[in-house]
Design a binder for this molecule. Structure first.
Ligand SMILES: C[S@@+](CC[C@H](N)C(=O)[O-])C[C@H]1O[C@@H](n2cnc3c(N)ncnc32)[C@H](O)[C@@H]1O
Length: 218
């Protein structure tokens, strides 16, 4: 997906991926990662997701990355917060309260930014990447995640002949291929995802496997 695709989606408010609440798999599985209260959490490709709010309400500070300035501005406006903004290494960094969002290309983020994180939450970030970009994304995630730090990853899998992504299908063996050399991988849950995704049902998907994974950086 090129940048224009996402910027236009935000411009047109075509954001069917955005959820009105925090993701239930985050709520259910975050405790099993045993991340210290107060730890900084990295939320790649964060959009304006309520997952960041849930994490902040659970004592964390947030480092998000997001391409679309519209998304970042809406996130702060919807929280009635006026962020301070600075430019750093090609990003515009907006900060207010527990939130710090780096607006720019995630794949260019300097690992120095996430050096002190205690956890990562990836929902609709890996699956937003077309297959040709997934390896770069996975390697970048590894470079941004210090040893011992856990990632909660949510994936979707469906028959690719039924729909063009995004979201793109990530079967279990693909998780192993992308992350196995850098992370210890545990499958936390697999379930039918169609009951909670009317959007993908409408787009023609007849079977959707949603999975939550714990990845711990080696
Ligand atoms: C499918 S949305 C998911 C957003 C969020 N994680 C959520 O659950 O609502 C993918 C997001 O990634 C952003 N994005 C895509 N490519 C990016 C990149 N290279 N760097 C930073 N953000 C990017 C898009 O603008 C979009 O907001």
């Amino acid at each position: 997906m090129d940048h224009t695709f996402w910027l236009e989606r935000w411009q047109k408010a075509d954001i069917g991926f955005h959820q009105a609440t925090a993701h239930d798999l985050l709520e259910r599985h975050w405790p099993s990662l045993a991340v210290n209260k107060g730890a900084q959490i990295h939320v790649p490709l964060c959009g304006k997701s309520l997952d960041m709010v849930w994490l902040a309400e659970h004592g964390h500070t947030i480092i998000g990355t997001e391409l679309a300035a519209v998304a970042v501005d809406q996130f702060f406006a919807e929280r009635s917060r006026t962020p301070a903004a600075v430019k750093s290494s090609g990003f515009t960094v907006k900060r207010a309260g527990p939130y710090e969002i780096w607006c720019g290309d995630h794949l260019r983020l300097d690992p120095e930014v996430t050096r002190r994180i205690g956890g990562v939450f990836d929902r609709a970030a890996l699956v937003a990447m077309p297959r040709v970009m997934q390896k770069d994304y996975a390697e970048k995630l590894a470079s941004l995640t210090p040893t011992g730090v856990p990632v909660l990853l949510v994936t979707l899998d469906y028959d690719p002949s039924e729909m063009d992504g995004p979201p793109f299908p990530i079967p279990p063996q693909r998780v192993e291929e992308l992350f196995g050399h850098n992370f210890r991988i545990t499958l936390l849950e697999q379930r039918d995802g169609l009951s909670t995704s009317q959007n993908l049902k409408k787009r023609g998907v007849s079977r959707l496997n949603e999975a939550a994974w714990k990845l711990v950086r080696r």
